[in-house]
Write a protein that binds this ligand. Structure first.
Ligand SMILES: [Zn+2]
Length: 311
């Protein structure tokens, strides 16, 4: 992979830069990059949004953060990739239209020029942006197909990440993120980075409350990483949401019987699936006990589609 120095990699103290980075992958558009360097030394923090192309709170929060950044209090460097998957963004889709690959399942990617473009893009982003950073904050939402409870999480064993995630904001539920190979934050955690992931809303809309919550959380985490903010708040001891997504075996029209945030058990029916003739073809039960942390927003499901996150 080519590693010529890029403008954000040689920023002067107390300066900002915004521009384009063209990944060396044939047929893929350039990515917007926002960067800022504070007045004193500190960590390199990478903030990513739009890894899925139909999620909008993360990109809007990164724009807002950089448009109001105070360089006199910033320590170290913050780099924002508001829309990691530009091809998917332009297609209003979760995944890249060119190859259909979910970018958030193929990190740390590959340098193999014969691989699908999404796998090559993942490799370029991982080498160029993730490896040089100290901490990664990856902002998601439910996308067109799901709606999420606001939550912010870390991976098991990520002590510093848990501390930061629990200070992100109490409007978001703490979340112990399951290890899923290929997920950007998971692979960053495995590579030794302080890695945080967050979810807020979905349904392909942009909740201004989600943007505000993300911006407030980002500011708090940047301050904590810089060692600035005293630990004023009492420790957050809420049980984290754990668990994972669950999918349906067969498709149908999903009529939910629960709401986001409901406490459920394996006996709880999350909803009913109906055929085109109106026959109740399947009853979707909770895969485990816990809180309903995501539900299908697009109600017509195909075989293998995600219907809920319970944990
Ligand atoms: Zn996502």
């Amino acid at each position: 992979m080519t590693q010529t120095t890029q403008p954000w990699e040689s920023l002067a103290l107390t300066s900002t830069w915004r521009g384009w980075w063209q990944p060396p992958v044939a047929g893929l558009p350039a990515l917007p990059v926002l960067a800022a360097r504070g007045r004193r030394a500190g960590p390199v923090v990478l903030i990513t949004g739009g890894v899925h192309g139909d999620e909008y709170e993360g990109p809007a929060a990164i724009y807002s953060l950089f448009n109001q950044l105070d360089l006199t209090t910033l320590a170290g460097q913050v780099i924002g990739l508001p829309v990691v998957n530009v091809a998917a963004w332009q297609a209003h889709a979760r995944t890249s239209p060119g190859d259909g690959v979910d970018l958030n399942r193929v990190f740390p990617g590959t340098g193999d020029r014969n691989a699908e473009p999404s796998r090559q893009l993942a490799g370029e982003i991982f080498e160029r942006f993730v490896r040089p950073c100290d901490a990664l904050i990856d902002l998601h939402s439910g996308g067109a197909r799901l709606v999420h409870l606001p939550m912010v999480g870390w991976y098991a064993g990520g002590g510093e990440a848990e501390r930061l995630a629990r200070r992100f904001g109490d409007g978001l539920m703490p979340w112990l993120i399951p290890h899923v190979a290929g997920v950007l934050s998971c692979e960053a955690h495995r590579a030794g980075k302080v890695a945080i992931g967050a979810e807020y809303g979905g349904g392909a809309r942009l909740d201004p409350g989600g943007v505000a919550a993300y911006v407030a959380g980002l500011r708090r985490v940047l301050a904590l990483l810089a060692g600035d903010e005293p630990e004023l708040a009492p420790p957050d001891t809420r049980r984290p949401i754990a668990g994972s997504y669950q999918t349906v075996e067969q498709g149908g029209l999903f009529v939910a019987r629960v709401n986001l945030g409901d406490h459920v058990t394996p006996a709880t029916v999350l909803g009913q699936l109906y055929s085109l003739l109106g026959e109740a073809v399947d009853e979707v039960k909770a895969a485990r006990a816990g809180i309903v942390a995501a539900l299908a927003h697009r109600a017509l499901l195909g075989p293998g589609d995600r219907v809920a996150y319970v944990g």
